[in-house]
Design a protein around this ligand. Structure first.
Ligand code: A2P
Length: 287
C-alpha cells in the first residue's frame, strides 16, 4: 500500500491523507517552493499552510511544480489553509479566503481551518466571533470552494461552544500534539464527536528529538526518533504534519508505514513525562 493511500475519513466522507507536510516558519520564498516540491516528489499528498505563514504563494507554486513533475492532477493533492485571527468575522473571512485562494491558485481548498479560537481584539467575545467566522466557512463550503471545514487549537470548551450553534459540524481539529504533549481531553472529545485530529509540531519543534527514552525506542526499531514520533501519532489515527526544509529529512519523515510500534511501546510513549510543549495556550488571545 502506498503512503498516500493512508487516509482519515472526515465526517462528510472526504479522505484526508494521514501524513501531511507542514510549512510553518518556511517563509523564504525559494525555500517554501523547494520544500513543497520536494515533499510532493517524495510522495506526500497533503500540504498544510496558513495565511499567517506568509508563504501561500510559494506553497501554491511548489504544489503546481510538484504535481507536474510527478504527473499528478490537482485532485491528487489535499491542501489546507487557515483563516488568521485578524481575519475573523463573517465578511472578513469571506475576503480572507479569496485572498488565500488567489495566492495558492489551487482552484479550491480541501480544508479551511479557524487558526485560533481566541483573538486579541475579541478576547472576551470569542464565542460570537468564532460563530461569525464559522458561518462564512459554512457558506464557502456549501459553494464547493472548500471540501471540508474545521478548526485549529480548539480545546473542549471552544469546541462545545461551536458545536452548540452550527449547521455543519467541524470535521477537523488541528492541535499541538507530540510525544510528551498528548492533549488527552481534547483528543477524547474529538473522538466522541467524530472530529479528526491533526498534530501540528509532531516533532515538538525538534525539541523532543533529543529525548533519551525516545532514542532507546528508536534504536530498538532501527528508526530515527522523528520516525518514532510520527509513527506513534498516525498509529492512533491522528494526522501528522511534519515540517522540514532538508531533503533527507523530508524523505525519512515519509517512511513510517513499514513498521509498527508494539502496544506496550505505544503506551510507554503516551505515558512519558511532559516535554516539548510550545507554551502556546489557546485560551490566550493573540494577534
Ligand atoms: P529542518 O527544517 O531544518 O529540517 P515540527 O514539525 O515538530 O514543528 O518540527 C520541525 C523542526 O524539526 C524543524 O526545525 C525541522 O528542521 C526539524 N526536523 C524535521 N524533521 C526532522 C528530522 N527527521 N530530524 C531532525 N530534525 C527534523
Amino acid at each position: 500500500m502506498k503512503n498516500s493511500d493512508k487516509t482519515v475519513i472526515l465526517l462528510n466522507g472526504v479522505k484526508m491523507p494521514i501524513l501531511g507536510f507542514g510549512t510553518w516558519k518556511i517563509e523564504d520564498e525559494k525555500e517554501a517552493f523547494n520544500s513543497v516540491k520536494e515533499a510532493i516528489e517524495t510522495g506526500y499528498t497533503h500540504i498544510d499552510t496558513a495565511s499567517f505563514y506568509k508563504n501561500e504563494e510559494s506553497v501554491g507554486s511548489g504544489i503546481k511544480e510538484g504535481l507536474k513533475s510527478k504527473g499528478l492532477k490537482r485532485e491528487d493533492i489535499f491542501v489546507t489553509t487557515k483563516v488568521w485571527n485578524t481575519e475573523q468575522g463573517y465578511e472578513n473571512t469571506l475576503e480572507a479566503f479569496e485572498r488565500s485562494l488567489k495566492k495558492l491558485d489551487t482552484g479550491y481548498v480541501d480544508l479551511y481551518l479557524i487558526h485560533w479560537p481566541v483573538t486579541k481584539a475579541y478576547e472576551n467575545e470569542w464565542r460570537t466571533k468564532i460563530k461569525e467566522t464559522w458561518k462564512a466557512m459554512e457558506k464557502l463550503h456549501k459553494e464547493g470552494k472548500i471540501k471540508a471545514i474545521g478548526v485549529s487549537n480548539f480545546l473542549v470548551h471552544h469546541l462545545e461552544e461551536l458545536l452548540s450553534d452550527c449547521e455543519v459540524k467541524p470535521m477537523v481539529d488541528q492541535i499541538e500534539f507530540h510525544p510528551g504533549h498528548n492533549q488527552k481531553e481534547t483528543v477524547e472529545f474529538c473522538r466522541k464527536h467524530n472530529i479528526a485530529v491533526e498534530a501540528w509540531s509532531p516533532l515538538g519543534r525538534g525539541v523532543v528529538l533529543d529525548n533519551e527514552f525516545l532514542a532507546e525506542i528508536a534504536a530498538k526499531y532501527n528508526k530515527t526518533v522523528a520516525q518514532i514520533c510520527l509513527r506513534w501519532i498516525v498509529q492512533q489515527g491522528i494526522a501528522a504534519l511534519p515540517k522540514s526544509t532538508k531533503k533527507e529529512r523530508i524523505q525519512s519523515n515519509f517512511h513510517i508505514f513499514d513498521f509498527e510500534l508494539s502496544e506496550e511501546d505505544m503506551k510507554k510513549i503516551t505515558n512519558m513525562k511532559p516535554t516539548g510543549y510550545s507554551g502556546s495556550d489557546p485560551n490566550l488571545g493573540r494577534y
